[in-house]
Ligand binder design. Structure first.
Ligand code: SAH
Ligand code: SF4
Length: 387
């Protein structure tokens, strides 16, 4: 039996437990991929090797350098899931690869598909931690993957399901890349293409800086996703923002703000006490000066908390002079936080105040609300079901 595939289209949730009324229905139409079997944890994961790493492996196997190109084509163009499929490699190389390597380490535990097409996965890492990835299809053809950089998160933001669980461990660059690779390969098999990636799943990318940056580089070099179609979101680690400016990447940097005064932001995001707004915004200005790139700011709209006119006015003041865009996301309610999402009307008024002051802003449509597609929420629900 493979991992359960779950679907709960249009499910109603019981107010007492928050669990779906109908339960989550298994989907058995798709057989599990070979990579869903975590049976070879000791083997080298080919997805964890960048081009240089593959070149070393090919040399160790006594094969000529051009095999690297073939191997990469199998991994990244054809989405091979086993060395045995690599039919144009010599039989000896295929069997050596089968012997000592594996392709991927993530084991799919649960998949949920929303009525809006959003697909959410819960993966188990070889040593046990659970992480989430989401694929969002859009009407204009974009296919966006939202991937995790850590299992859990140390930043403790009050409204965030991941923050509420604390940090389990950092992901390595291969584990970050593989989440996008899974969607990339599956879409390729259907004649579609993964077009965008956002590092906005579980975890704080800049707390796991090297692995996140390496994964970003490989998203473009190995999966062929243009840097302009990659977004990395940070809670606002000011020194890392400055460091990121020196990476020479053309990706979008998003900063999670959510409040425009230190008192309010500190109450929601504990990291604000370490890097208060003045330091954060100074780092943003330096980043912009060095990189020349427009910034995005994230603002979870919480009814009665940060969606008033005065909040929008203060936000506009704070961002004055920056070239930026504000993304407003109605809060996804979580178990550990009492706040709720703003009304559509409050959201529209918030946008109007920002735009009057020259700050472009968009209210993001909440995706996959019937499947808990907010980060950390699927794991939350699984734990609640097991409790
Ligand atoms: N750690 C990074 C990236 C992951 S969180 C960061 O904080 O930016 C991605 C985004 O989801 C952040 O903007 C975060 O503040 C937001 N977020 C977290 N929990 C949320 C919730 N319950 N409702 C709405 N947005 C949420
Ligand atoms: Fe971590 Fe981001 Fe959640 Fe804050 S919002 S706890 S930084 S994942």
């Amino acid at each position: 039996m493979g991992p359960p595939r779950l679907q709960n289209e249009g499910a109603q949730y019981r107010p007492d437990t928050g669990l779906p009324e109908e339960g989550i229905r298994p989907i058995d139409a798709h057989p599990p991929a070979p990579t869903d079997r975590p049976d070879r944890p000791d083997r080298t994961d080919l997805l964890a090797l960048d081009e240089e790493g593959l070149a070393r492996l090919v040399a160790e196997l006594g094969q000529p350098a051009f095999r690297v190109r073939q191997l990469r084509a199998w991994l990244y163009e054809r989405g091979a899931e086993a060395a045995a499929q690599m039919s144009d490699l010599p039989a000896a190389m295929r069997s050596a690869l089968t012997e000592r390597s594996r392709i991927g380490r993530l084991e799919t535990r649960i998949e949920q598909v929303s009525t809006d097409g959003t697909r959410k996965r819960l993966y188990r890492l070889p040593d046990g931690p659970l992480i989430e990835s989401v694929l969002m299809p859009y009407a204009d053809g974009r296919r966006t993957a939202c991937i995790s950089t850590q299992a859990g998160c140390a930043m403790g933001c009050r409204f965030c399901a991941t923050g509420q669980m604390g940090l389990v461990r950092h992901l390595d660059q291969g584990e970050i890349l593989e989440q996008a690779w899974r969607f990339h390969s599956e879409l390729a098999r259907q004649g579609e293409r993964l077009s965008n990636v956002v590092l906005m799943g579980m975890g704080e990318p800049f707390h796991n800086y090297e692995a996140s940056v390496r994964a970003i580089r490989r998203l473009s070099s190995d999966l062929g996703i243009g840097q302009r179609h990659i977004t990395v979101s940070t809670v606002g680690l000011a020194p890392a923002i400055r460091r990121f400016a020196d990476e020479g990447l053309q990706v979008t940097l998003a900063i999670s703000l959510h409040a425009a005064t230190d008192e309010e932001r500190g109450a929601m995001l504990p990291i604000n006490r370490r890097w208060p707004l003045a330091e954060l915004i100074a780092a943003c200005r330096d980043y912009q000066q060095k990189s020349g790139r427009r910034l995005s700011f994230e603002w979870a709209l919480i009814a009665g908390e940060n969606d008033r006119e005065q909040d929008a006015i203060r936000l506009a003041e704070l961002l004055r002079g920056l070239s930026c865009h504000v993304n407003l996301i109605p809060l996804n309610p979580t178990r550990g936080y009492t706040g709720g999402p703003s009304s559509d009307r409050a959201a529209r008024e918030f946008v109007a105040v920002l735009e009057q002051r020259g700050i472009p802003a968009t209210v993001r449509v909440r995706r996959g609300i019937d499947i808990d597609a907010g980060c950390g929420q699927l794991r939350d629900r699984v734990e609640a079901m097991q409790a």
